[in-house]
Design a binder for this molecule. Structure first.
Ligand SMILES: Nc1ncnc2c1ncn2[C@@H]1O[C@H](COP(=O)(O)OP(=O)(O)OP(=O)(O)O)[C@@H](O)[C@H]1O
Length: 256
C-alpha cells in the first residue's frame, strides 16, 4: 500500500499538484486518469521519487519516503517495477538480456539463477522461447509483454505503468491490461497505472482516481464511475462520443 497526504508539487510559480491525498491499494490496479496536463505524470514521478514534493508525505507502508535515508531509498527502488511509455527496451540487447537487466543491476544472482528467473517471467507473459530475438523483430504488443516481464523479474512490491497500452490496437491493449491486472493479483502488488483510456478504466479500474488541474476531484471503482453524477467525472468520461451514446441509450431505457 502507498498512502499520500497533502502532496504539493510546484515548478517555479506554477503549482502542478495542489494537495493530493489518497491510498493506492495493495493487490489492486489503481488507475490515475485525467485530461492532458492534469498532473498524472508528475504524480507518478513524485511517487517513484523522481520529483520531490515541496509539501506533503508519501508513505510506503508505514515509512515516509521523505524520512528514508539514501540506503533505504535505494532498497525501495529495488522493490519498484516500472513500465514506461514506449517500453524503453534496449535495442542493442536481445530479449533475454533486456529482461535480465534489473537482476544484473540490483541482485548478486549468478547467471543460471538469473536465466531461470527470466525464463519464468517470459513464460508468465506467454513469450517462451523469444530469448534471442531483438526488439525490432517482435510486434509492439510483444514488446509490451517483454517490458512487463522486465518490470516484474525482480519481484516488485510496487508496479508503476505510464500509459501501458498507448499505440496498441484495442484487442492487444485489452490483453496487456488484463495481464497487468492478473499479475497484480497473483503477486499481490500495489499497481499504479496512468491512463487516458476509458477501456482500461472499464477493464481494470479497481480503484480510479480522477485528477483535474492538479487536484483529486473524484475516486471510486469502475462500477461507480458510470453511476456518479459528479460533474468532473461525467465531463471526462462522456467527452468520448462512444460513452456519450451509451449513456444516452441508458437514460432512454431508464425513462421507458
Ligand atoms: N519537469 C517539469 N518542469 C516544469 N513543468 C513541468 C515538468 N513536468 C511537468 N510539468 C508541467 O506539469 C503539468 C502537468 O504535466 P503532466 O505531464 O503531469 O500532465 P499529464 O496529466 O500527465 O498529461 P498527459 O496526459 O498529456 O501526459 C504540465 O503543465 C507540464 O507542463
Amino acid at each position: 500500500m502507498i498512502k499520500i497526504e497533502d502532496v504539493h508539487k510546484r515548478f517555479g510559480e506554477e503549482e502542478i499538484l495542489k494537495g493530493i491525498s489518497t491510498v493506492f491499494e495493495k493487490g489492486k490496479t489503481n488507475l490515475i486518469i485525467g485530461q492532458s496536463g492534469s498532473g498524472k505524470s508528475v504524480m507518478l514521478k513524485c511517487l517513484i521519487g523522481l520529483f520531490k514534493p515541496e509539501q506533503g508525505k508519501i508513505y510506503y507502508g508505514d515509512e515516509a519516503i521523505q524520512d528514508m535515508d539514501d540506503e533505504r531509498q535505494r532498497m525501495l527502488r529495488e522493490e519498484m517495477g516500472m513500465l514506461f511509455q514506449g517500453g524503453a527496451l534496449f535495442d542493442s540487447m536481445n530479449i533475454e538480456e533486456n529482461v535480465m537487466f534489473p537482476l544484473r543491476m540490483f541482485t548478486k544472482m549468478k547467471k543460471p539463477e538469473m536465466l531461470a528467473r527470466v525464463n519464468e517471467v517470459l513464460k508468465r507473459v506467454n513469450l517462451e522461447g523469444v530469448n534471442k530475438k531483438y526488439t525490432a523483430e517482435i510486434s509492439g504488443g510483444m514488446q509490451k509483454r517483454v517490458s512487463i516481464a522486465r518490470a516484474i523479474v525482480n519481484k516488485p512490491k510496487y508496479l508503476f505503468c505510464d500509459e501501458p497500452n498507448s499505440g496498441l490496437d484495442p484487442k492487444t491493449a485489452t490483453l496487456i491490461d488484463t495481464l497487468i491486472q492478473e499479475i497484480t493479483h497473483e503477486y499481490d502488488i500495489t499497481t499504479i497505472v496512468v491512463t487516458h483510456d476509458m477501456n482500461s478504466v472499464m477493464e481494470i479500474g479497481e480503484k480510479v482516481m480522477l485528477l483535474k488541474n492538479g487536484k483529486l476531484v473524484w475516486q471510486g471503482t469502475n462500477q461507480e464511475i458510470f453511476k456518479t453524477d459528479n460533474k468532473d467525472v461525467t465531463s471526462f468520461v462522456y467527452s468520448s462520443d462512444l460513452f456519450k451514446k451509451i449513456r444516452d441509450v441508458q437514460l432512454k431505457e431508464n425513462k421507458a
